[in-house]
Ligand binder design. Structure first.
Ligand SMILES: [Zn+2]
Length: 240
């Protein structure tokens, strides 16, 4: 059956096809870039470059008054250097603790300013989140802020492009122990999950930003350090 020249079906067919194609392309990009080891535009750093028995402890969402100073003391006791992905908001709250992290030889990475999902946000919003946290990190004394870990590891769509334009490295990770998010907080379970699932070159997620369960948090990190050392691992910052 031939449709008349001005048929509404004909008029809307092309726009519908274009909209459907755009939605399908966005969905495909989202599905493709969802895993930590893949990204849209850039490939994230999800393990260390070398795969000998080295592990990187990374601590997100801090600094906090409750966990971070005690964590620094623990890392010093075991002579371990680590990477801290801080939010600008928390550096603003505890600038002296952030400076102590830098002074102790740890690497500070950018974890945005407000810790909001940086998807479906405007380029200017995402840019401000990156740049504002960068400025606060530089105030600690660390002049180069190379590494950025997205809040919730959500890295689509504009964020990778904006990081690339700024010459930054997008970091995800290798292993995030599920028990760290469970209630009640169980340090033994967290440590066991890490010790059983670790692979050489792993980048391990932990969180020093919470004000809760500081005793159990410190206990879990100590068990992880002791357990991985017993397995023959050494620890490194993600840039080493
Ligand atoms: Zn986070």
């Amino acid at each position: 059956m031939r449709l008349p020249q001005n048929s509404p079906v004909k008029r809307f067919a092309l726009p519908c096809i274009i909209v459907c194609a755009v939605i399908l392309a966005a969905a495909a990009a989202y599905v493709y870039s969802r895993p930590w080891h893949r990204g849209f535009i850039v490939t994230p750093m999800y393990t260390l470059a070398h795969t000998n028995k080295t592990a990187a402890l990374t601590f997100d969402d801090g600094p906090s008054r409750e966990r971070t100073p005690r964590l620094l003391a623990l890392l010093k006791k075991y002579n371990v250097t680590a990477t801290f992905f801080m939010t600008g908001y928390h550096i603003g709250q505890y600038p002296e603790i952030a400076k102590a992290v830098y002074r102790d030889g740890h690497l500070i990475g950018n974890h945005s300013f407000h810790h909001r999902r940086l998807i479906f946000k405007s380029p200017s919003y995402i840019g401000r989140e990156i740049d504002a946290a960068d400025a606060l990190i530089r105030n600690t004394g660390q002049t180069n802020v190379q590494y950025f870990r997205p809040p919730y590891c959500k890295k689509i769509l504009l964020l990778p492009l904006l990081l690339k334009l700024r010459g930054k490295t997008l970091v995800t990770g290798t292993y995030d122990p599920p028990s760290e998010y469970k209630t009640p907080y169980n340090s033994t379970n967290i440590a066991n999950e890490v010790l059983e699932n670790i692979t050489p070159g792993a980048i391990i997620f932990l969180h020093d930003g919470s004000g809760d369960n500081a005793d159990a948090f410190i206990d879990s990190v100590e068990r992880i350090i002791q357990g991985l050392r017993a397995q023959g691992y050494v620890f490194a910052r993600i840039d080493r």
